[in-house]
Design a protein around this ligand. Structure first.
Ligand code: SF4
Length: 353
């Protein structure tokens, strides 16, 4: 599972497994209006063959975290502090050349929109074969055969013929499969999937998720799965980290977080999800307010302007004091764990049905 050996806010040693260890990560962008801290003190471990689901609204820092892990941030306008260790190798201080090599061989990313990853000018087969040639030194012929093999693996019918097609000749679901083939062609140890199924219809989405799970079993890949959809997370992830305004606010196993969530923001996310068993026309219950600007983030708990439980915390701690995330199963909130459990059972769960 995803474990954390420390509270947020101070460096900690890599965990014993240490496949991917992120420690006190801080990512700050320089903007015309001033510095924006998009990620503020994030720590987690991801183990081989496991999936960590990162959930949160837009601007929560989930995509920035992952682009930073892959070294795809703009180095001129971005300041990064903390540690990102991939099997002990520090990525923050790695050179662009080293990162490029790692991105091909050991880390790969699947984007929401395959058209951002696939060039319209080259055949699908060529786009899968080229990174394989580059990173393994395989011949053109062997790389093409590997591309065809990967297209077959991701369920493209007639892969030999379809490898000669261009992206526009593929449907949306097939392009997504082709991008997965491209991402997995070099057997990466770490796959980052950023909303990979959001643009697809429900049936194709289910097929793609099943495909990712099958490929993970086959290759033992560790996956970071970013989404705003808790239903998808329930299906895909072993562990969940909920992010809000650049910070992790809750984490635990999927069962823990979805059956007994401990943070008011997670309660809000669950409450705002549409349910299959509700009557048509039942209004959704979105979290009131909007995520804050990170140029001038709220003091104390960043969720406090939207939190309907802050009056249950004594004094003005919610406004003045940053709640910390503890090790393992934890939520960053000043309410005691016992109090949160009681609120969830008595007030939140009945609303969730
Ligand atoms: Fe709400 Fe206060 Fe807990 Fe933040 S610390 S989630 S404002 S109760």
């Amino acid at each position: 599972m995803t474990t954390v050996t420390k509270a947020e806010g101070a460096p900690a040693p890599a965990g014993p497994d240490g496949f991917l260890s992120v420690r006190d990560l801080q990512v700050t962008f320089s903007t015309e209006d001033g510095p924006v801290k998009a990620v503020d003190g994030l720590s987690f471990d991801l183990h081989r063959g496991k999936t960590l689901g990162i959930v949160g609204e837009s601007g929560s820092g989930k995509s920035v975290t992952n682009l930073t892990i892959l070294g795809l941030h703009d180095p001129v306008y971005t300041t990064i502090d903390g540690e990102i260790l991939l099997e002990g190798k520090e990525l923050i201080t790695a050179t662009e050349k080293e990162m490029e090599k790692l991105r091909g061989n050991r880390m790969a990313m699947i984007f929401q929109d395959p058209l951002t990853a696939l060039s319209p000018f080259y055949t699908i087969g060529r786009q899968i074969a080229e990174p394989y040639m580059k990173h393994t030194g395989a011949s053109k012929r062997a790389a093409w055969e590997r591309a065809v093999e990967m297209l077959a693996k991701v369920g493209i019918p007639n892969p030999k013929e379809r490898a000669r097609d261009y992206p526009h000749q593929f449907s949306g679901g097939m392009r997504q499969r082709a991008m997965i083939a491209m991402a997995l062609v070099c057997d990466p140890d770490l796959l980052i999937a950023d909303e990979p199924t959001t643009a697809l219809d429900v049936t194709v989405q289910a097929q793609i998720l099943d495909l990712l799970k099958d490929l993970q079993r086959e290759f033992g890949t560790a996956i970071v799965f970013i989404t705003h959809d808790l239903g998808v997370i329930a299906d895909m992830a072993d562990d969940i980290m909920v992010m809000y305004a650049g910070r992790a606010v809750e984490r635990g196993t999927v069962d823990e977080v979805l059956s007994a969530p401990l943070h008011p923001y997670t309660w809000g996310l669950l409450n705002s999800m549409p349910r299959l068993d509700s009557d048509l026309g039942t209004p959704l219950s979105p979290i009131p307010g909007t995520p804050p600007s990170l140029l001038t983030p709220p003091t104390g708990c960043r969720f406090h302007p939207r939190c309907s439980f802050r009056d249950r915390v004594e004094g003005d701690r919610c406004v003045t004091e940053r709640p910390l995330l503890g090790p393992d199963r934890s939520s960053a909130c000043h309410l005691s764990t016992e109090r949160k459990r009681t609120i969830f059972i008595e007030e939140i769960r009945p609303r969730l049905g």
